[in-house]
Design a protein. Structure first.
Length: 249
């Protein structure tokens, strides 16, 4: 089984999140092939409607979950994703103090699933991206670790100030952060930037895993050498005593 098992999942009503998710899958498959990581990384795509929180939170199934989540109506999750949200919300909360712009690292020793969310919405609605924000909060409350900051992809927004991280305007192509306009990028590029960030973080994790494996091997060798040295020292006095006895005879 690959050490890094990535789940790309989407909650979508108008196929926007699904489209982003499929583009992410294409980009990540290319990355895995180009880097020859087939034995180390697997990438799977699933509809959020087909998943349960237990599956997503089980590190035996996935190590990293990347959510593409649209907001429906006045801030609700898409109808097909409501069951997942409800089940996740009903589970006992394991931690508090959520901050969507902060990551908790991606330590190879972590036993919790790692996640990130790309929240999709339109600033024509008051609670744009609310479902994505809530999903990030619910995952955090279940003890999951954010390995990449929450990202918001907002339509109909030329300028926007958000404490929830970077905001991207698909319609006008502006990348905004804290109300500042950035260079203009096409919609496809927006998804590419997000996925590239995710892939860089996964690459770092692979390096950590390799380092941890080498450290464990070195430690095992050191312990083995110490035991061998101790055994030789233990045998040395016995050999000396035997030699002295032979001389006396």
């Amino acid at each position: 089984m690959a050490a890094t098992r990535v789940l790309l999942t989407y909650g979508s009503e108008t196929f926007t999140a699904e489209g982003f998710c499929k583009e992410a899958k294409r980009l990540m498959d290319l990355w895995v092939r180009d880097k020859q990581l087939q034995s180390k990384v697997t990438v799977e795509i699933r509809n959020l409607d087909s998943l349960t929180p237990a599956e997503v939170l089980d590190t035996k199934t996935y190590t990293h979950c990347v959510f593409f989540c649209s907001t429906f109506g006045t801030g609700q999750p898409p109808p097909k994703a409501k069951r997942f949200f409800t089940e996740l919300e009903k589970r006992p909360k394991l931690q508090k103090g959520f901050s969507p712009s902060v990551t908790e690292g991606d330590s190879a020793a972590s036993v919790m699933v790692r996640y990130t969310v790309m929240a999709l919405g339109s600033s024509m609605h008051k609670n744009f991206c609310a479902a994505g924000r809530k999903l990030a909060l619910l995952m955090f409350e279940q003890g999951a670790r954010a390995f990449f900051p929450l990202r918001e992809d907002v339509k109909h927004c030329r300028k926007a100030v958000s404490k929830f991280g970077e905001i991207v305007s698909v319609d006008k192509g502006y990348v905004c952060a804290d109300g500042q306009e950035r260079e203009t990028y096409p919609q496809k590029k927006v998804c590419e930037f997000f996925v590239q960030g995710v892939m860089r973080t996964l690459q770092q994790r692979l390096v950590e895993l390799a380092t941890a494996k080498q450290t464990a091997a070195d430690k095992k060798k050191t312990v083995g050498d110490q035991k061998e040295t101790a055994a030789v020292k233990k045998e040395a006095p016995s050999s000396s005593i035997s030699s002295e006895k032979k001389k006396k005879k």
